[in-house]
Design a protein around this ligand. Structure first.
Ligand SMILES: *Cc1c(COP(=O)(O)O)cnc(C)c1O
Length: 355
């Protein structure tokens, strides 16, 4: 009998959306409904032929392009095979057996998995009104806490807390606890906030900011994420990254996508316009939808039974939303914003079920 190490044997596998029905439209994984920048397609095609060689292990062009477009120091940037890879490396570098990683009640589920992979304990700070509460996080931190994870805007809630709350959290929590701010959806909210206020926290030496190409840039399949790190933390997290982690084509595509800010901004505008119209239509049916600052909306029904009945009706209509039982929100379904005709179908099915 071959046995795994105890903490792995006890772990549950990370659950992705159930997408077995190939004819159905997925509104389950928050991928972009709009195509990537045409420049990214061109760059990816020409990079294919260079793929005999290993990729640039330092992501030089990609880092430079991220730095230029965000006014950051390229040496503070680390790139991952998705920001999930960076989340895993950060947790393994700073939390081990007996340590706790504090996330939030409805925070990103992968953080708990990554903590368990490191044999650390994941604890959730309560949220209020489906929104991150800095005071609840502060009262959850104790001597065992090594890392605090805040997803802003939040997934699966879509809600946003102001930068001043993040700054207050950082200045109030202990200096020896690492703060990680996951901004996977920030491109949908950057026009509301001053992104530099958060990136500048890295200069303190105790805070990391993560972003991704998977959402607003429409490159989920290329698996590229990035983070802005203090030099001390970058050095440790990098030891745990797989060398040559981002393929030649992925680096080329992400670089071209980053340099086409105009395309990204137009995707954000189209997506948020459809989202706001969809939110309005769903609220008109008497369903609660927290104001979203992302490319998805959380639909909160009156009971888990209603949510399940609507989920089944949508599935019969080949529309797959993400059920939220795993987050303790079994009365909710999360809908990725797709093109207008798809969202119209979702509204029609829900309307039919609620009448
Ligand atoms: C989608 C998402 C990510 C990004 O994951 P990638 O590995 O970069 O695709 C990270 N955090 C949250 C909260 C997300 O929703």
């Amino acid at each position: 009998m071959i046995s795994p190490v105890a903490h792995v044997g006890e772990m549950a596998s990370y659950e992705l959306a159930a997408l077995q029905d190939l004819e159905a439209i997925s509104l389950a994984q928050n991928e972009s409904a709009f195509p990537m920048s045409p420049a990214a397609v061109t760059a990816g095609r020409s990079a294919l032929e260079q793929s005999t060689l290993y990729p640039d292990p330092d992501w030089s062009s990609l880092r430079q392009s991220i730095a230029n477009n965000h006014k950051l120091d390229p040496s503070g940037i680390l790139c991952g095979a998705g920001s999930m890879e960076l989340i895993g490396c950060i947790i393994r570098a700073y939390a081990g057996p007996g340590d706790t990683v504090v996330g939030t009640e409805y925070g990103y589920a992968f953080v708990a998995t990554a903590a368990n992979q490191a044999c650390a304990i994941h604890i959730k700070a309560k949220e209020g009104n489906l929104t991150v509460s800095v005071d609840e996080i502060l009262s959850t931190i104790d001597k065992t806490t090594k890392i605090v994870f805040v997803c802003n805007p939040g997934n699966p809630t879509g809600t946003l807390i102001p930068n001043e709350d993040i700054l207050r959290l950082r200045s109030t929590m202990p200096d020896n606890v690492l703060l990680v701010i996951d901004q996977a959806y920030a491109e949908f909210a950057d026009h509301h906030q001053h992104p530099q206020e958060v990136f500048q926290l890295a200069a303190r030496g105790d805070t990391v900011v993560l972003r991704t190409f998977s959402k607003a840039y429409g490159l989920a399949g290329t698996r590229v994420g990035w983070g802005y790190f203090p030099s001390n933390i970058l050095l440790e997290a990098r030891k745990l990254l797989n060398p040559n982690n981002v393929s030649i084509t992925s680096q080329a595509m992400a670089t071209a996508a980053m340099d086409d800010q105009e395309h990204m901004a137009s995707v954000v505008t189209k997506t948020t316009t459809i989202r706001d119209k969809f939110t309005h239509a769903i609220r008109n049916l008497g369903v609660h939808v927290p104001t979203s600052h992302t490319n998805f909306a959380l639909l909160q029904f009156d009971s888990p039974q209603t949510a399940q009945r609507i989920d089944e009706a949508l599935k019969r209509n080949k529309l797959i939303l993400r059920s939220m039982g795993g987050y303790g929100l079994s009365n909710c379904l999360r809908a990725t914003i797709c093109k207008q005709p798809t969202m119209d179908r979702v509204v029609a099915v829900i309307k039919g079920e609620l009448q």
